[in-house]
Write a protein that binds this ligand. Structure first.
Ligand SMILES: C[S@@+](CC[C@H](N)C(=O)[O-])C[C@H]1O[C@@H](n2cnc3c(N)ncnc32)[C@H](O)[C@@H]1O
Length: 391
């Protein structure tokens, strides 16, 4: 299995709710989307696609390389399907392996047992053919094998990513309820932000939305700093080709001067990505994260309570995930969202607010008409992204 195969069919997995923006990212890259299901987009492209997809896709969680698929109605059939694969070629016994089974299937519902059967199948084939078997490594295997089982069928893939793509690397510290980087990027893309209008996150915490917006505005690929993708440990991995690809993808596209709105005298303004939080300590974290991501010059961060007067920054978009109320009584969170709605209405006229919240009951108290409610999962937490036009 070469990751440089001329025509590759791949699966990009994503958080539920990000499928449409992920599809757009894929087609914008010139790759062809062939099908999609909840949480995954299947696509085809030519060239060094798994490497490029891992580096450039902002909303993908993992890039999988499918190996085989077939009908399975039992654990034994899953074993037999897995045994048909040429494992000594894909995973020679000197390479460690890890197996993950994801199942929504009725007959193969016990994922722990299914994982054992897939592992057994792999090491049995290795032993039969080479007399040796791979070591099982749970945390960071050389070869990660993923089996998806649903509706009487299974598909076996290799995980080309390793550490999931939402862990970009810049956020080595976080606030109390940080947003996944891929979800933050998805919020920016779902909002349709034009990359030049002011963007404000008044509850910015560790700065994830601001940083992802800045990476998008600057055209910096989210995985460009990363050199530990799983496929680089596969047999025959071509690190030189990977480095060449990285070099071609590296030059960031900072906004052209004409894309940035002029100030009074035409002097170039700093890009209008602004954040605030009332917690001074988390803002230090946000600033350091922005530094690590290489976008601190594109972001302004203020220590401010949202309910203080806004600093005249209306007209653009407000993209945020305020406290959900995990640690508040519903009464308090209802009051908080009520205040949030009032404040938006009185001080942000002309802006569009996009609010991510997992607290549907409290959101009802915002008292403003929502023109879109997009379901979005943040690390398994079912949330919604609400669009509110402020007149
Ligand atoms: C859910 S967290 C935001 C997490 C952020 N998206 C991230 O990725 O780290 C909500 C943030 O709102 C802040 N906050 C709560 N009440 C606030 C207020 N009245 N004004 C400004 N910030 C507030 C908290 O300090 C916390 O950092």
């Amino acid at each position: 299995m070469s990751v440089q195969s001329a025509n590759a069919t791949l699966i990009a997995t994503c958080a539920g709710g990000l499928e449409t923006v992920l599809e757009k990212e894929i087609t914008d890259r010139g790759w062809q989307v062939t099908s999609g299901v909840a949480g995954a987009v299947r696509f085809a492209g030519s060239g060094f696609v798994p490497a490029e997809a891992n580096i450039v896709l902002r909303t993908a969680s993992r890039i999988l390389v499918p190996v085989t698929a077939g009908r399975v109605r039992s654990y034994d059939e899953l074993y037999r399907l897995t045994s048909r694969i040429d494992w000594p070629r894909l995973a020679p016994p000197t390479y460690s392996i890890g197996v993950t089974v994801i199942s929504s299937d009725r007959d193969v519902s016990d994922t722990r047992f299914a994982t054992l059967r897939v592992k057994d199948a792999i090491v049995d084939v290795q032993r039969r053919r080479t007399g040796k078997r791979s070591r099982i490594e749970r945390r960071a295997p050389d070869i990660g094998v993923v089996a998806h089982v649903a509706d009487g069928s299974a598909e076996i893939s290799l995980d080309s990513t390793g550490r999931p793509l939402h862990i970009r690397g810049y956020r080595t510290e976080a606030g109390t309820a940080p947003l996944r980087e891929t979800v933050a990027a998805g919020m920016v893309l779902l909002s349709g932000w034009d990359r030049v209008s002011p963007l404000l996150d008044p509850f910015c915490g560790s700065g994830t939305i601001l940083i992802e917006a800045a990476l998008i505005a600057a055209g910096v690929h989210p995985g460009i700093q990363r050199d530990d993708f799983a496929f680089l440990r596969w047999p025959g991995a071509d690190r030189t080709a990977f480095e060449q690809l990285r070099a071609t993808l590296r030059s960031p596209r900072r906004p052209e001067p004409e894309e940035v709105p002029d100030g009074d005298g035409g002097a170039p303004q700093s890009p209008p990505i602004r954040g605030a939080d009332r917690d001074a300590a988390v803002l230090q974290v946000a600033r350091r994260n922005a530094e690590r991501a290489g976008v601190s010059d594109l972001i302004t961060i203020d220590h401010r309570d949202f309910f203080a007067e806004p600093a005249g920054d209306t007209g653009g978009i407000l993209l945020t995930n305020p406290p959900y109320g995990e640690r508040m009584e519903l009464e308090d969170s209802a009051a908080f969202y009520g205040r949030l709605g009032d404040h938006l209405k009185h001080h942000y006229r002309g802006s569009t607010a996009w609010i991510l919240s997992a607290n549907r009951a409290a959101m009802k108290h915002i008292g403003l008409r929502t023109s879109a409610k997009l379901p979005l999962f943040n690390g398994g937490l079912e949330s919604r992204l609400y669009r509110i036009a402020l007149f």
